[in-house]
Design a binder for this molecule. Sequence first.
Ligand SMILES: [Zn+2]
Ligand SMILES: [Zn+2]
Length: 172
Amino acid sequence: MPYCRAITRPGTPSASLTISLPFRVSWSYERNLRTAAAAYRALTFRGGLDVTPEAEEAASAMSLLEERRYRYHRRIERNSNAAQQAKGVHGLRCQACSMNFAERYGHLGAGYIEAHHLRPISSLEEGVPVRYDIKTDFAVLCSNCHRMIHRTENPADLNAFQEIVTASGRQR
Ligand SMILES: [Zn+2]
Ligand SMILES: [Zn+2]
């Protein structure tokens, strides 16, 4: 789509990006927090905790530590530099189902795609600047596939998710 190309900013050829995380929390502190949270949760209704709707959706049985890492992962994805560079490198077509927003929604969808961060969430260490290779550390996904990949056991495994999408497409 011609208008699509006009809106997309060209990506840097060998794009990389360093994201520094805003706070440092030691893992032993995390473990204590987790134990405290488990006790707290035994007594209170889950809805009272500060959980974003997408975190709630993605995994209802996450531990607090996992939730923190998940929110952190989402923050990296929403980093506008990362998102913009991911588009530049990977384009605007969903890498799982091939959906393109401009093709489906016309000008409304032009330039839209979501960046998905491929580093395993468990490897994220808060407070430590991380250098990302946009080509290997990010993928672009439509909103549906992005939600669904976060429901898989390992959201960092794009190949496994692509297989799920391809297999379910074949059955139809
Ligand atoms: Zn998709
Ligand atoms: Zn993601």
